[in-house]
Structures are given as C-alpha cells and as structure tokens.
Design a protein around this ligand. Sequence first.
Ligand SMILES: [Zn+2]
Length: 263
Amino acid sequence: MEVFFFTWIALLCMVFFIFKLLTLKGSLAAFITGALTFYSFKWQGLVILAIFFLTSSLLTKWKREMKINYNAEPLEDKKGRTAGQVFANGGASILAAIAAIFIQDPVWIIVFAGALATATADTWASEIGILSKTKPFHLKEWRKVEPGLSGAVTGLGTIAAALGAAAIGISYNFLYDTSTFMGSIIIVFAGFFGNIADTLFGAWFEQKFYCQICKTETESKWHCKMKTVRIFGLSWVTNNLVNFSSTIIGGLIAGGLYIWTVK
Ligand SMILES: [Zn+2]
C-alpha cells in the first residue's frame, strides 16, 4: 500500500516536470517533500500539500500576461519552480514531517499545516494582489510603490492572504478524524500572521534591485531583458530565504497556539 503511494508521488512529480510546473531539481525536491509528508501525515497531508501546490501553480499562470511587466523573469515561468523555491515554501513543513518521525505528537500536523498555510497565504497574496488596481503601500518606506515589490501590501492581496490561509485551515478540518475546529482556527491564524511576517521581512531585509532601462525598483536580478543593479539589502537575503523564514514563523505560531490552547 505504501509503495503504491510513493510510486504515485514519483509519477506526479514527473508529470509536474513534463508540464513545466517544476524544474528537474524542483521535481526531485517535490518528491522528497511529498514522500516525507506521506510518511508522517498520510494521504491527508498530501492533500494539504497538493492544495498549496496546485492553487499556487494555477494562480502563477493566471493572467500571466498582465504580471509579466512586473516580474520580468519569464524563464522562471517557462521552466517551472526550482528546488530552491520548493524548499523555500515547503522546507518548514518538511522539518515538521521529520520531527514527527522522532517525536510522536499531534502538534506536528498543526505545525505542518500552519507552515503550508503561510506559504499559501503568501502565494495567493502575491499572485492576486499584484493585479490590484490600487498601487501597493510599502510598510517600511511608508509610501506607495510599483507593484511586484516585497514588503508592500494592497487590500486585495490582504484578502487573498486570508482566503489562502483559510483554504488550508478548512481542508485540515475535513481531512483528519482527529481535526478540531480550534485546530483549524489556529492554522488560519498562523497562515495569515506568517504572511504578515513575510511582508515585514520583505520590507526590512530583502535585497532590492533597480532597472536602468525602465527606471523602476524590482526584486528581480533581471528586468527588461537586462541585468539590474542591487540598491538595497545583503546578497544572501533572497526571496526564498524570506519565504522560508516566514513559513518557520507560521509553523511556530501554529505549534505554539496549539500547545497553549489545546494541551
Ligand atoms: Zn525594466
């Protein structure tokens, strides 16, 4: 039975590679994530992972031609998500799955779902928020900026973040026999506030670049088919590191609240 599931995870990852949702290394990273998730959190964990991954992939492709002006890395779209991006979004959930192997405790599924709720909230907020008709407001610079920069928020993006976190919390509620309403609320809360941590990290620490062709700030190393110039931040503080850190925060909020309220 277990072999059957692992085979299906491997086949799905190959399909994602063929359909360019993932790069080759990205699909290997996705297999590791899927296998560990199944081992610790059973098929229900895979469903939660799939909700994150499939909605994120669909939203990234949705209205792509409108977004291409802001995120000028079309290569990324053609080849799919990289291993770095998979671990940035799924790394905290992998840590929860590994922890669950060694310490059997119901808290880990809440940490797992809280981390993925953060990743989902963040992706929904970015992919939907970038289409907002009002310009995003940058939390550190305290002014309106061009769409596509980390650390800036829109009303639409904030609603999308709440809905993304809710999608994971509600799914959790229906998937496990042991699910509680309180557990779901904690996951939604963790996802939403994990996403706020992501915005704050993005505003204060993430490196930013400047495109000399169209004279705009961007978080991309490439813009208008040209290399951009770094104008802020340390080179190792990338969007992936910011995402990974915020999913850790989301997982910690979820686990902390669970221990505090339920135990
Ligand atoms: Zn440009």
